[in-house]
Design a protein around this ligand. Structure first.
Ligand SMILES: *Cc1c(COP(=O)(O)O)cnc(C)c1O
Length: 387
């Protein structure tokens, strides 16, 4: 079956007990054991719940993994995965990893004796050179935030395998609709389901999918031990969002492609970062390892003053952190996601004061263009709307 069909027909579409066409919210913390000698599938809801399990089964199928796990947030999912490692272990992590992941590694896991080296994972040589005797894993985010840098997943897997390192990929930006890291040999996929998978800016959730049973067993143990599980109401909301993932990704990506081309020719824009543009550094690798370019792009308008004016003048995109929703979201990395990074470091990474990140939603793209055009209009210049 094709992806779109699996999102709707994955074995969970009908409640086995009632035939309900939507998996019910099993709002129960514990389960009666009809026989002490033969316990049922579920005993206590931290360990398992039919609603959460439906979501876990669905994401496992969509990522092509052997088992899925749902957590209270993307960070709960990522934190639980990092508990696979022990004191003395060393990890190689993408330099421009999500801020929360960076904070967890540098301020929490470092305290517990798990060390991380941040490397530009688009450079395979740098990845290779960062390996130490105690290196146990490579953690990659591709495309990365906010410059959409693309890491070569096949190349990273090859390096990891030759050193018996575990590979973990944060697949939040592309979702399994466009990118399936497990098929490329990656061991574990993590998601902030708060973003595209949930898709409606109404739920915070995280997902993990394991490639094989050995890793799945360890993750199941950690999920139950650490206990950062996704609640049933939220599991149901994510299941609901997941059903429309393919159509949302298609439409949002089409809009993003049109917007990227429009931004490229706009006189007020210095640079556009979108992997769908052939001029983007990572375009060729992206084409080889993903089926699409997704709906997140960034563009540089040259200065803080200009960026702020646009943020104040846009009417359609909400101005916020987060991404991957039905509505467009415009964010300002210098003051939002990367505010805690020293300015020199931020500038060195290319995250300038004039950089804006746009997560393109499902609005009519002509309306988005018109809105951005009016927001970017400078008093004297006459702009062409691109329509
Ligand atoms: C938002 C995000 C996270 C963290 O997820 P939460 O659901 O906010 O905890 C992790 N990785 C990426 C790429 C994200 O965008």
């Amino acid at each position: 079956m094709k992806f779109e069909t699996i999102t709707l027909h994955n074995g969970n579409e009908i409640d086995p007990y009632t035939g309900a066409a939507s998996i019910p919210i099993y709002q129960a913390s514990t389960y009666h054991q009809f026989s002490i000698d033969h316990p049922g599938v579920f005993d206590y809801a931290r360990s398992g719940n039919p609603t959460r399990q439906a979501l876990e089964n669905a994401i496992a199928k969509l990522e092509g993994g052997c088992r899925g796990f749902a957590f209270a947030s993307g960070m709960a999912a990522i934190s639980t995965v990092f508990l696979l490692f022990s004191r003395g272990d060393h990890l190689i992590v993408s330099q421009d990893v999500y801020g929360g992941t960076y904070r967890l590694l540098t301020q929490v896991l470092s305290r517990l004796g798990i060390e991380a080296t941040f490397v530009d994972t688009t450079d395979l040589k740098a990845v290779q050179e960062a390996i130490r005797p105690h290196t146990k894993g490579i953690y990659v985010e591709t495309p990365s935030n906010p410059l959409l840098k693309v890491s070569d997943l096949r190349g990273i897997v090859k390096i990891a395998r030759s050193h018996q390192l575990l590979t973990i990929v944060d697949n939040t930006f592309l979702t399994p609709y466009y990118q399936q890291p497990l098929a490329l040999g990656v061991d574990i996929v993590v998601h902030s389901a708060t973003k595209f998978i949930g898709g409606h800016s109404d739920v915070v959730a995280g997902l993990v999918v394991a490639r094989d049973e050995e890793i799945a067993e360890k993750l199941a143990f950690l999920q139950n031990s650490f206990g950062a599980i996704l609640g049933v109401q939220d599991a149901w909301l994510v299941l609901r969002g997941l059903k429309t993932l393919p159509v949302r990704m298609e439409t949002a990506t089409k809009n993003a492609e049109i917007l990227a081309c429009w931004l490229v020719q706009h006189p007020a824009v210095r640079q556009v970062y979108y992997t769908g543009l052939p001029s983007h550094e990572g375009h060729a690798i992206q084409e080889k390892q993903a089926k699409g370019h997704g709906a997140v792009l960034s563009f540089d308008v040259g200065s803080e003053e200009k960026a702020k004016r646009i943020l104040n003048k846009v009417r359609l995109p909400i101005v916020a952190v987060s991404l991957g929703a039905v509505e467009s979201i415009l964010s300002y990395p210098a003051r939002m996601s990367h505010a805690s990074m020293p300015r020199e470091v931020r500038l060195k990474y290319g995250i300038t004061d004039g950089l804006l990140r746009l997560s393109v939603g499902l609005e009519n793209v002509d309306d988005l263009i018109e809105d951005l055009a009016q927001a970017m209009e400078e008093k004297v210049s006459v702009l062409i709307s691109g329509k």
